[in-house]
Design a protein around this ligand. Structure first.
Ligand code: SF4
Length: 375
């Protein structure tokens, strides 16, 4: 009992901090901890009255976990687990699981998708700024990049989104695993998961963070994830050029899509695209595009389908022309808009590079009512 006194005093102190902070009263994290400690005979025997006091502060939950830099309830729970290991298995930072949606990624999160058929995913941990920096950097081989703030629900989402894309074969863990004082350590937990997996209670073996329990996925999903991806530990690295190099290098070692995904992973079908059929006139009319080399600009003439010129536009960029055409409602069919955009891009390229430009005819088989210029 003597040995237990020190952790108990510290648990009490951590709880007092949380009880003094209004933000905790409405946080699922605090309420889960208090309920878990109350359920432990060992802890409740000594701290019962304080736990009752803490329970009386509960307000309707507004958030599951704020991911605070220092989380006193998490500290209390980690200390309590030293006295009663069952406490470590209780509670979870978030309870509500979003419904997976069709397509990829099936679960929402703080990430950006770059390309489905690419082998490298990057987890930036608590460095949110890296998500934008890497996804905007036009890096060959990068599939998706996202942050990770918790070692339970966050890792579960990461696993499920990864399993849903067999092309992802590498996971680079970088950025700051900052909430080290007391609380979340998602980077260390993710690396521990890759190295050692989970125990029979779905707790990540050797994870040192707060509540590293994966309650919403199955052991076979965890094992498939561990086989699918090679985890590359770069915790603390937030150098975009160094990470770019690593992504490109990893992509160069791509072993190809993972063939052993769990049976409930729904593949994304790849359909062969079909060639355009019959050309259908846009009731809004058609365009003639050409270059004005003297003034270094693009010129656009708009005709009604009776062949009458009714509008002209000039601009130095394709974007200015298509924005103006859309605003003037001179385009009403999606196939026409696609053709028009392609022609403007070709014309803009020719203008900038000093190349010749001749407008292509619209794709599709011309019917009796259409002619070469009729889109
Ligand atoms: S995360 Fe922890 S410290 Fe932050 S509000 Fe929730 S219970 Fe309190």
């Amino acid at each position: 009992m003597e040995k237990a006194r020190i952790p108990l005093a510290k648990i009490e102190q951590e709880l007092r901090h949380a009880m003094a902070a209004k933000k905790c009263w409405r946080c699922g994290c605090f309420q889960d901890t208090v309920n878990t400690l109350k359920a432990s005979d060992t802890i409740n025997a000594t701290l019962g009255s304080q736990l009752e006091e803490a329970h009386a502060l509960f307000e309707p939950i507004r958030y599951e976990c704020l991911g605070c830099e220092v989380c006193w309830p998490a500290g209390a729970q980690n200390l309590a687990a030293e006295l009663d290991p069952a406490v470590a298995e209780g509670a979870h930072c978030a309870r509500e699981e979003p419904e997976p949606r069709e397509g990829w990624p099936p679960l929402p999160g703080d990430y950006r998708v770059v390309r489905f058929q690419a082998p490298v995913a990057v987890c930036t941990l608590n460095s949110d700024h890296l998500v934008t920096a890497l996804s905007d950097a036009d890096i060959e081989g990068l599939s998706m990049v996202g942050s990770l703030h918790t070692e339970n629900l966050g890792i579960e989402h990461l696993i499920r989104n990864t399993l849903a894309n067999p092309h992802i074969r590498f996971l680079i863990i970088c950025g700051e695993d900052t909430r080290k004082a007391i609380g979340h350590l998602p980077g260390q937990s993710l690396f521990a998961l890759a190295e050692q997996g989970v125990n029979e209670n779905m707790r990540i073996i050797d994870a040192k963070g707060k509540r590293p329990l994966l309650k919403n996925i199955r052991p076979e999903q965890v094992e498939a994830f561990r086989r699918q991806v090679k985890v590359i530990a770069q915790v603390g690295n937030d150098d975009v050029s160094a990470l770019r190099k690593l992504i490109v290098e990893s992509a160069g070692n791509d072993p190809g899509p993972f063939a052993d995904a769990p049976s409930d992973v729904i593949p994304i079908p790849i359909k062969a695209a079909k060639e355009p059929g019959k050309l259908v006139l846009d009731p809004a009319g058609y365009f003639v595009v050409y270059l004005d080399r003297i003034h270094q600009r693009l010129v656009l003439e708009h005709y009604s389908n009776k062949g009458v010129l009714d509008r002209m536009f000039t601009a130095s960029s394709a974007a200015a022309l298509y924005v103006s055409v859309i605003e003037a409602e001179l385009i009403s069919r999606l196939d026409h808009a696609a053709y028009f955009g392609r022609e403007l891009a070709r014309a803009e390229h020719a203008l900038q590079c000093g190349e010749d430009y001749v407008q292509d005819r619209a794709p599709g088989e011309a019917g009796p009512e259409s002619d070469a210029n009729a889109q």
